[in-house]
Design a protein around this ligand. Structure first.
Ligand SMILES: NC(=O)c1ccc[n+]([C@@H]2O[C@H](COP(=O)([O-])OP(=O)(O)OC[C@H]3O[C@@H](n4cnc5c(N)ncnc54)[C@H](OP(=O)(O)O)[C@@H]3O)[C@@H](O)[C@H]2O)c1
Length: 279
């Protein structure tokens, strides 16, 4: 079993590699979760919006790993951020997942039409009322993260944001480090494009590893960074956790970080927050 490091954040111990599940559905999703548990994953990421919480829950149940050994994250969609709606969303997720308690509940995206203070208060209540062990946010630029932290009465343990070598996230990473919050990278493989990059392939070859392993190693070798690669392909799921038996050199790390470009962002919407500019 790979010895995946844990990222500690305000009492949470989060495995640095988790299985992403966006777009996985039905049997493929359940089988992916079972395969992940078999290969040593102890962290699974889903969301109400992925409409696969029941299948993820089925995989967790069939996988047979004791509940307290797996870190399960889900998210509240941006329409459900009012007081009351948010708590009901968490209860619905618990029911679909078949769990008594979540490990981590995130606000999936901020919503400028709903007061942040109200959403954060409701999020904090899900923790104080025992629906989840930990809470966090996703897609929060620095200013919004600071506002959330200022009003939160429970610790925020992560900010889950897009991150891969083609997107500079220096500012959000620095804000997370300042507050000792974990940074969770989504799209860690650049939605599957990353492993095809010739420069990444070259670095991977030098270490006798695959391009995906080099990319994921780059993520988790940065302090406080967690990566949640998605795959419905068992061979890829196994490959993606094979990142614990090598280290990238400081030159490799710098070369990969140097690939960021202005048009590197993949996930964007007209209702997205104002993103931080590259450093
Ligand atoms: N909070 C948010 O707003 C947000 C937004 C987006 C994503 N997320 C989370 O982050 C997770 C990961 O992001 P993502 O799914 O967008 O993108 P990703 O993990 O960067 O890339 C997924 C793609 O990479 C391919 N892949 C995986 N392992 C591979 C390997 N070893 N070699 C070659 N190709 C490989 C997958 O295909 P195969 O299935 O064939 O392996 C899939 O097409 C999501 O699933 C979700 O849980 C969160």
């Amino acid at each position: 079993m790979p010895d995946v490091p844990l990222v500690e954040s305000h009492g949470a111990k989060i495995p640095a590699i988790g299985l992403g599940t966006w777009q996985l559905s039905g049997e493929t999703c359940t089988r992916a979760v079972i395969a992940a548990l078999e290969y040593g994953y102890r962290h699974v990421d889903t969301a109400k919006m992925y409409r696969n919480e029941a299948e993820v829950g089925q995989g967790l149940k069939s996988g047979g790993v004791p509940r307290d050994e797996v870190f399960v994250t889900t998210k509240v969609w941006r329409d459900d951020l009012n007081d009351g709606d948010l708590q009901r969303s968490a209860e619905g997720s618990l029911k679909r997942l078949g769990l008594d308690k979540l490990d981590l509940l995130l606000i999936h995206w901020p919503n400028r039409d709903i007061p942040l203070q109200e959403s954060i208060k409701a999020l904090c209540e899900t923790r104080s009322h025992g629906l989840t062990r930990h809470i966090g946010v996703s897609n929060f630029p620095v200013a919004l993260l600071e506002q959330a932290l200022a009003v939160a009465t429970e610790p925020i343990v992560t900010n889950q944001c897009e991150y891969h070598p083609w997107l500079d996230q220096t500012k959000v990473l620095a804000a997370c480090r300042k507050h000792a919050i974990a940074f969770t990278s989504y799209c860690p493989l650049g939605r599957g494009e990353g492993p095809r990059d010739p420069a990444i392939r070259k670095i991977a070859e030098a270490h006798g590893k695959t391009p995906s392993q080099a990319l994921l190693r780059w993520h988790v070798q940065q302090p406080h960074v967690i990566a949640i690669p998605r795959s419905g392909t068992p061979a890829h799921i196994r490959e993606n956790i094979g990142i614990t038996d090598f280290e990238l050199t400081p030159d490799d790390m710098r070369a990969i970080s140097g690939m960021a470009r202005d048009d590197g962002r993949i996930v964007d919407f007209d209702w997205a927050p104002d993103w931080d500019k590259a450093a």
